[in-house]
Structure formats: structure tokens, C-alpha cells
Ligand binder design. Structure first.
Ligand SMILES: O=C(O)c1cc(=O)[nH]c(=O)n1[C@@H]1O[C@H](COP(=O)(O)O)[C@@H](O)[C@H]1O
Length: 273
């Protein structure tokens, strides 16, 4: 299998996009007759995929939004749908897993076999043996939480370690160096913290950065590109709710496309400047 980082680079170049649309379906926010109907999760997400797949470098389904509604089968169908309509667009399964090796083997199987994801988000805090099982899956990407977008992310990730390095900086250094076999690792850094994005980019110049937090969380998309993008250092800027719920009406898919298009343009413009 081609490496995730190469598939991502292809999609970014072909679609001229650093935008990732996050698939976080909330039935309570579905339009019209679909409102509150968890059986429509696939239909809702497939409509978003159909409306945006030529504008994105990746899709990122968040597993909890499916599992909470016993809709894992709909997630499987959704990934198959992405494969059909947008075969070159990578799917990042946002699962934030982290466990001992034997359990991690099961999580890896879930992400890469059951859901056929190109990459998965992981917590790095159980150490290198907790991510090794995922590395056995040829070509798949592992994206480690580094400096998350939420306010409480500072509680632990900003702690100073012996030697003067912050915890998130240590994660970035490990992901750029000793842990990064075959360029398989990426890092999550929140759009809400552009200074930390720049710091992570300095430590890990070529590691792909998944950057959530633009749109609903108020992160600065332009500052994100300035801090994180390099010609040889890809960024994947995720927006979920701002795209999915751009309109609560029957025109939700067209409205999602408009927001995705505007966000893509904004990101591309900043890259050129
Ligand atoms: O790993 C993630 O994707 C993630 C990390 C992080 O630091 N912050 C963060 O918001 N996310 C996810 O990114 C998405 C953000 O959604 P919106 O705020 O609606 O764009 C959600 O699926 C979150 O679970």
C-alpha cells in the first residue's frame, strides 16, 4: 500500500486543498424529516461527501458519533462510499485510541480492517509499545495527539519536563525522530494555538499536521497556515460542524459545499502569500 503521507500529498495537490471535512453526525441537527433519526446517519454523511469530495484532501469520521447511535455499520458503508466516489481521498478515522500492545492490536484491526481507514488518531501517552501494533499495518498513518485544540489541552500538554521541554514538544520530537518509522506518524495540533503550531513545526518540519479547531471552535485558519504549512510539511485543516450544519434546512449539502469552498480558498490563499 502507498504510504499515507504520499496519498495525502496526492490528494492535496490534485484537489488544491488542505481542507479536511470532519464527519461528526448529530441526528438532532439533521434537516427536515431526518431530524433525530439515527438511521439517516449514512444518508446525511454520504450527502456531505457527495457535495464536498472534490474540495478536500481528506475526510475524518469521528467514531463516537457513530458508535453512540449503534451506527458502526453505517460508518463501514460510509467509508465504502468514499472509496467509490472519491477513491483518491484518504479517510482518517478519529478514534484517539491508546492502550497496551495486545489491546492496541485489536484497535488497529478495527481501524484498518473493519473501517479500512488510511490513518487513525492515537493518544501517545502510553508510550511507544502502544503505537507499535498500528505500525505493522503497511502504509497506514498514525496521527498522535500533541497540542490539542481544547482549553484543557494546556493542563498536561504544556507541563515543563526535566530539561526544559514541554510535554507536547517531547511528543513532537519523538514523532519526528525515534518513533517515526517509514514516515508513518502525524501530529494533532489545534488551530486555536497558532504559536504552538509554529513550535511543533520547528521541531517536526516535515511531519503531517492534523489541525482541527477552525470554524466552530474559532481557530484562526490563516494563522494556522502561516504557522504550520511548509512545501515539504503538509497540513490537514479539519472543519466539522461549521461545514456539516452550515444550514439546518433541506439545502444542507449545498450550504456545506459553500462553506467548504470558502474555507479551502482561504487556506490556499494564505499558502500562496
Ligand atoms: O483529533 C481530533 O480530530 C481533534 C483533536 C483536537 O485537538 N481537537 C478536536 O476538535 N478534534 C476533533 O476535531 C473535530 C472538531 O470539530 P469542529 O469543532 O466541529 O470543527 C471533532 O471531531 C473533534 O473530536
Amino acid at each position: 500500500m502507498t504510504a499515507f503521507i504520499d496519498r495525502l500529498a496526492d490528494a492535496t495537490a490534485r484537489q488544491a486543498s488542505m481542507l479536511c471535512v470532519g464527519l461528526d453526525p448529530e441526528p438532532a441537527r439533521f434537516p427536515g424529516a431526518w431530524k433525530g433519526d439515527a438511521a439517516r446517519i449514512y444518508d446525511f454523511c454520504a450527502a456531505i461527501v457527495d457535495a464536498t469530495h472534490d474540495l478536500v484532501c481528506a475526510f475524518k469520521p469521528q467514531i463516537a458519533y457513530f458508535a453512540a447511535h449503534r451506527a458502526e455499520d453505517q460508518l463501514e458503508r460510509l467509508v465504502a462510499h468514499v472509496r467509490r466516489v472519491a477513491p483518491g481521498v484518504p479517510v482518517i478515522l478519529d478514534a484517539k485510541r491508546g492502550d497496551i500492545g495486545s489491546t492496541a492490536e485489536q484497535y488497529a484491526r478495527e481501524a484498518f480492517e473493519r473501517y479500512d481507514a488510511d490513518a487513525v488518531t492515537l493518544s501517545p501517552y502510553m508510550g511507544v509499545d502502544s503505537i507499535e501494533p498500528y505500525l505493522r499495518w503497511d502504509g497506514r498513518g498514525l496521527i498522535l495527539l500533541c497540542r490539542t485544540s481544547n482549553p484543557g489541552g494546556s493542563d498536561l500538554q504544556n507541563q515543563l519536563l526535566d530539561g526544559g521541554e514541554r510535554l507536547y514538544e517531547r511528543v513532537a520530537r519523538l514523532a519526528a525522530g525515534p518513533w517515526n518509522r517509514d514516515r508513518r506518524l502525524g501530529l494533532v495540533v489545534g488551530a486555536t494555538f497558532p504559536e504552538e503550531i509554529a513550535r511543533v513545526r520547528a521541531i517536526a518540519p516535515t511531519v503531517p499536521l492534523l489541525i482541527p479547531g477552525v470554524g466552530a471552535q474559532g481557530g484562526d485558519a490563516a494563522a494556522t497556515v502561516r504557522a504550520g504549512w511548509r512545501p515539504d510539511g503538509p497540513i490537514i485543516v479539519n472543519s466539522s460542524r461549521a461545514v456539516l450544519y452550515a444550514s439546518g434546512g433541506e439545502d444542507f449539502a449545498a450550504a456545506a459545499r459553500r462553506v467548504a469552498e470558502a474555507t479551502r480558498e482561504l487556506l490556499q490563499r494564505e499558502r500562496g502569500s
